[in-house]
Design a protein around this ligand. Structure first.
Ligand code: DQA
Length: 146
């Protein structure tokens, strides 16, 4: 089994970006943490971050028959991108939506997600732990499905 972690715009700045909201961990450390988890679980794991919507979409397209599940923090594209939603639905790859912050407790324009209703699940508000919870949830879901 192989999983993909996708991170969208501005998440490359984690660690320095609004630490009161997003914490002090860097994206590299989050990726390394999940890499370790995936080794322990015996699953393949790859990571991709982009600030460009089209690059994220192309990575999703390329993942068909390559990965069985996707963890996605689409950043602000969560609230704007029908194209990202369409790409995920087109490939039919099960995905879990991840957010460091609790998007429902923030500005009203962050309350709506274009990805949430088709996701296996959504983890939001636990800081870096959101990624771990999402990883474990996705893995449990995929193993149960097999
Ligand atoms: C975020 C929440 C989004 O609203 C925001 O645009 C981000 C980060 C989060 O992880 O909490 O870039 O996805």
């Amino acid at each position: 089994m192989r999983l993909l972690l996708l991170n969208g715009p501005n998440l490359n700045l984690l660690g320095q970006r609004e630490p009161e909201l997003y914490g002090s961990a860097t994206l590299e450390s989050i990726e390394a943490d999940l890499k370790k988890l995936s080794l322990a679980e015996g699953v393949g794991f790859e990571c991709f971050q982009s600030n460009f919507e089209g690059a994220l979409i192309e990575r999703i397209h390329k993942s068909v028959d390559q990965v069985e599940g996707i963890l996605i923090n689409a950043g602000a594209y969560t609230h704007t991108s029908i194209a990202l939603r369409d790409a995920l639905l087109a490939t039919k790859i099960p995905y879990v939506e991840v957010h460091l912050s609790n998007i429902s407790a923030r500005e009203s324009y962050r309350h709506h997600s274009y990805l949430a209703d088709k996701a296996v699940g959504l983890v939001s508000g636990f800081g870096v732990i959101s990624y771990r919870l999402a990883f474990e949830g996705l893995l449990a879901y995929l193993r149960q499905k097999r």
